[in-house]
Design a protein around this ligand. Structure first.
Ligand SMILES: *[C@@H]1O[C@H](CO)[C@@H](O)[C@H](O)[C@H]1NC(C)=O
Length: 287
């Protein structure tokens, strides 16, 4: 990791000052307005309480969204979400990291709503230099509308890991040595939104959004980012001491990942032969 040139003494100063800032504002994790900006939705996105809760809502006229103040080059992002309850068919709640530019990198979680009592679909994708088409979809082993659950993205030089309540559901390994682009030099920001996608989201667009149920609201809290914050053209405030930067799945996590993949995965691009008549993408042989 020669590109991380920040000196231990700088790190210590940074750590110390962020600890002090946190002490001053009492509870850092709770203060969403310190870390996130509401970006669109004309009043449909709201910080509630003392900034410990954020609500995004959607009605017939518009959805809404927020983004992180910081950009990260590698990071571990956690947030708790409580998804739209009841008849949420046609709605999509997104939670993703994305860089800017025309050959962007992106790491996606999307939650596709459904009719009351029917299960959500959790959609994931990874883009490297503007190229995606790496979808995996899952069902959940709980009702994501009844309580808050933690959705995490770990992005480090080894791999990208999607987790829910600490259980990994997908790992996208760094296979650059096989010629697969891996996000590594474009800083990404966290984005989240709720919008209407009833032209495709639920059963390929057959089930339409029931606007009599609007507004549709999803809740967010406890945003936590341990990341290499991008500032003045380089990553800072992280390095050898950040365990997440070197972390890989241990045997127990690998076991849980397999459990999810065997029991809850409903779509995997790597097994969709019809889509790739010319042969599967390279990473499918190794993932
Ligand atoms: C909604 O529920 C139906 C019935 O279980 C299922 O086939 C479908 O995949 C579910 N999810 C979405 C997003 O449509």
């Amino acid at each position: 990791m020669a590109s991380f040139s920040c000196k231990p003494s700088d790190q210590f100063t940074l750590l110390l000052s962020s600890v002090m800032v946190c002490l001053l504002i009492a509870s850092c994790a709770g203060q969403l307005n310190q870390k996130l900006d509401i970006t669109w939705g004309d009043g449909r996105a709201k910080m509630l309480g003392n900034g410990e809760l954020l609500a995004l809502s959607l009605d017939k006229a518009s959805g809404s969204g927020f983004q992180s103040k910081n950009e990260y080059l590698y990071g571990k992002i956690d947030m708790q979400l409580k998804l739209v309850p009841g008849n949420s068919a046609g709605t999509v709640t997104t939670y993703y990291l994305k860089s800017s530019g025309s050959s962007w990198d992106e790491i996606d979680f999307e939650f596709l709503g459904n009719l009351t009592g029917d299960p959500y679909t959790v959609h994931t994708n990874v883009y490297g230099q503007g190229k995606g088409d790496r979808e995996q979809q899952f069902r959940l082993w709980f009702d994501p509308t009844a309580n808050f659950h933690t959705y995490s993205i770990l992005w480090n030089p080894r791999s990208i890991v999607f987790s829910i309540d600490g259980t990994p559901i997908r790992e996208f390994k760094n296979l650059e040595s096989f010629g697969v682009p891996f996000p590594k030099n474009q800083p990404m920001r966290l984005y989240s939104s709720i919008w209407n996608a009833d032209d495709w989201a639920t059963r390929g667009g057959l089930v339409k959004t029931d606007w009599s149920q609007a507004p549709f609201t999803a809740f967010f809290r406890n945003f936590n980012a341990e990341g290499c914050i991008w500032s003045l053209g380089k990553p800072s405030a992280c390095g050898a001491h950040d365990a997440w930067l070197w972390q890989k799945l241990d045997p127990n996590n690998l076991k849980r990942l397999r459990w999810v993949q065997q029991n809850y995965m409903i779509y995997n691009y790597c097994t969709d032969a019809r889509r790739f008549p010319q042969g599967f993408p390279k990473e499918c042989a190794v993932q």
